[in-house]
Design a protein around this ligand. Structure first.
Ligand code: ZN
Length: 460
């Protein structure tokens, strides 16, 4: 029986989909105004594993993710960089998909762009107006949180605490309650705009998710996921919107939240210089490293990223690679001692306990050490090796870090670190040193090309 931790009730509950084995899953996607960072990767890899595990367990999962392609942050960044908001959003949506592909996040059934759902958004705002949950001010249509008696229930805030929430809550001095949020924003001159019954404007952030999910899932569905910091006000606002419109409770049966990611004990922030984008991470490391790094932590636990952890993870991957090579090369004849027999059951137990991936991964390393002992004694048979390989292949459908990326697409880490070293020399204008390193790279069979997006590596 699969149990998952439902934030709504603060406890683990048995997964019972609303209908048979069908699971409608929605996860808050990116606001496409910049490159995604490893904190985002944590959430997206986390839910990729969850969705894949559910699929492998026989559930019929429809995984929907929104893309916020219109938002204050996009407009502000576009103004600063002097391009159109639409262009900026398109550029970073492309970059996001590049990251997603690189990280082997393949479980999402549909990506839904907010601007493709303006009709649905307006319909929701209109229904909220008709039902008296929303009101019009000079600069927008607002949700009146005092009208929704359960406001604050998911994040366990009282209405006063909810009113003090300021993160991404829209400011207007005429709001009825401090915590009222904007459903439809009047556009200022030069800003993107769409026609509405009230004024030309654009959607608020919270309404896009419920408009998208109502269209694909209806007014109630199984699982809503997202990063923990979205619980308030974002997810709270979603509940208030959808339940007010539909009069149906609960809007979402299970709320799943991924924990915070810190870098060396500190919040990741551009101002602190500890901001790690997925793109930069992948310049020096492969995607397997990031997947293992993230998956070996439980999705709900706080996660402290640091160099030591990175180093450890790389060592662990080497251990896995060596083990797999040995399995493939074993020639010992004889019967299997059924190393994976009990392990399969334990693995399932771990994963069914709120997707306990750290435990599942510990089991894999336990298997490796037992296997290595047998190999050392020349006792690991070909039959056993095949059983282990099959088991690893099976679980790698969910984890995607166990098997090496095919050699033809993979640039060796020795080459990557040389390229990196060369970049550092170039930054210091040490051209001679940089050139020497280039020659070393060539000797390894690779060529570096310097482009405006940084160095490009090609096999000679
Ligand atoms: Zn969202």
């Amino acid at each position: 029986m699969l149990k998952l931790y439902n934030t709504q009730n603060r406890k683990k509950e048995i997964l019972k989909p609303r209908k048979d084995k069908k699971i409608n899953l929605f996860v808050c996607g990116p606001t496409v105004y910049d490159f995604s960072h490893i904190g985002h990767a944590r959430t997206y890899i986390g839910f990729d594993v969850i969705a894949k595990y559910l699929k492998e367990s026989g559930y019929d999962v429809f995984y929907l993710q929104n893309i916020t392609d219109i938002d204050d942050k996009i407009i502000e960044r576009a103004r600063k960089t002097k391009i159109q908001p639409k262009q900026l959003a398109e550029k970073f949506q492309k970059e996001y998909f590049k990251d997603v592909k690189e990280l082997k996040i393949t479980s999402v059934s549909k990506y839904a762009k907010a601007t493709d759902y303006i009709k649905e958004i307006l319909s929701q705002v209109q229904r909220l107006m008709q039902k008296g949950y929303a009101y019009q001010l000079e600069d927008g249509i607002y949700y009146d949180i005092s009208k929704f008696k359960n406001y604050g229930k998911l994040s366990r805030r009282t209405i006063t605490q909810a009113e003090d929430g300021v993160s991404r809550i829209d400011e207007s001095k005429n709001k009825k309650n401090k915590g009222d949020f904007c459903l439809w924003k009047k556009s200022k001159a030069g800003e993107p705009k769409w026609r509405s019954p009230w004024f030309q404007g654009r959607p608020g952030w919270h309404i896009e998710d419920t408009a998208i999910t109502e269209k694909h899932f209806g007014s109630q569905y199984d699982i809503h996921g997202g990063a923990q910091d979205l619980m308030f006000p974002h997810h709270e606002a979603e509940i208030a919107q959808m339940e007010a419109i539909s009069n149906k409770h609960p809007f979402v049966k299970y709320w799943l939240h991924t924990g915070f990611l810190k870098v060396q004990g500190q919040k990741m922030a551009k101002s602190l210089g500890n901001f790690i984008t997925i793109r930069n991470f992948l310049k020096e490391n492969d995607s397997r490293t990031l997947r293992l790094l993230i998956i070996k932590n439980h999705y709900r636990s706080p996660f402290d990223y640091n160099e030591k952890l990175l180093h450890q993870t790389k060592k662990e991957l080497e251990k896995i690679d060596e083990f797999i090579d040995k399995l493939k090369n074993t020639k010992t004849k004889g019967k299997s001692q059924k190393l994976v027999y009990n392990l399969k059951k334990q693995f399932k137990q771990a994963m069914e306990d709120d997707f306990n991936t750290p435990k599942a991964i510990a089991l894999i390393f336990n298997l490796i050490s037992k296997g290595n002992t047998l190999i050392g004694q020349n006792k690991l048979t070909m039959t056993e090796a095949r059983e282990i390989l099959n088991f690893l292949k099976e679980i790698d459908k969910v984890f995607n870090f166990i098997f090496r990326i095919k050699a033809k697409d993979k640039i060796p880490s020795s080459v990557l670190s040389l390229v990196n070293l060369r970049e550092k020399q170039r930054e210091k204008n040490n051209w001679q040193k940089a050139d020497e390193i280039r020659k070393k790279i060539q000797q390894l069979g690779y060529q570096v090309e310097d482009t405006k997006d940084g160095p490009k590596i090609k096999k000679i």
